[in-house]
Write a protein that binds this ligand. Structure first.
Ligand code: C5P
Length: 205
């Protein structure tokens, strides 16, 4: 079974993906980490974040073991990720990696922005996870505070808006729900409830 989970930042899609992977004993890929690592690799190498060919080359040579998770989770890495993710050659360089992961024997869970629409339109189950931008900013501030990297709520709110805008409006693989995805608005839901809704949908299918 291939499960595709797309949605906005801090909507709860990553938590749902991890929980479904454990529940069904499937491997999980956080595809955002690929774009974050590409962005961080470009920053490290002093490559401009709009240099499509140089960024695509970095994406093609990516070795995730060279990146600390904490380094990938910063606000700066997220912004860099969203800029390199808008470059078509970068998306092409990461496409095969994601598809091969999805089509391994037994299936997989992948979360990102374009899994149900571009990477894996044939996925057996698709979810679109979203929440109000204020609630997502609140969650992300709490996460960064717990990680010892606090950021002001208003700054986070404007960063999220900017990021959503760029992800939605890019020419290649814009962030959008697949037509056959189940929409889950997690604004007023805890992770247990989100999991219940997702499991009920999978059972129905
Ligand atoms: O989900 P996460 O916040 O880690 O993703 C970081 C950025 O990577 C997103 O803002 C988006 O621009 C990009 N991304 C993407 N396609 C994916 C996953 C992430 O464009 N499948």
């Amino acid at each position: 079974m291939i499960i595709a989970i797309d949605g906005t930042l801090a909507s709860g899609k990553g938590t749902l993906a991890k929980r479904l992977a454990v529940h069904f004993e499937l491997p999980h890929m956080d595809t955002g980490a690929l774009y974050r690592a590409t962005g961080v690799a470009a920053l490290r190498a002093g490559v401009a974040l709009d240099d499509a060919q140089a960024c695509a080359q970095l994406a093609g040579q990516l070795d995730l073991s060279e990146f600390e998770d904490s380094e990938l989770r910063t606000a700066e890495a997220g912004q860099a990720a969203s800029r390199v993710a808008a470059l078509t050659p970068v998306r092409e360089a990461l496409f095969r990696l994601q598809r091969d992961f999805a089509f391994q024997p037994g299936g997989a869970v992948l979360d990102g922005r374009d899994i149900g629409t571009v990477v894996c339109p044939e996925a057996d189950v698709k979810f679109w996870v979203d929440a109000s931008v204020e609630e997502r900013a609140r969650r992300r501030c709490l996460e960064l505070e717990a990680a010892g990297k606090p950021i002001a709520f208003d700054k986070m709110l404007s960063e999220l808006r900017e990021r959503d805008e760029r992800d939605r409006n890019r020419a290649t693989a814009p962030m959008k729900p697949a037509e056959d995805a189940l929409m889950i608005d997690t604004t007023a839901m805890n992770p247990d409830r989100v999991m219940e809704v997702a499991l009920a949908h999978i059972k129905d299918r």
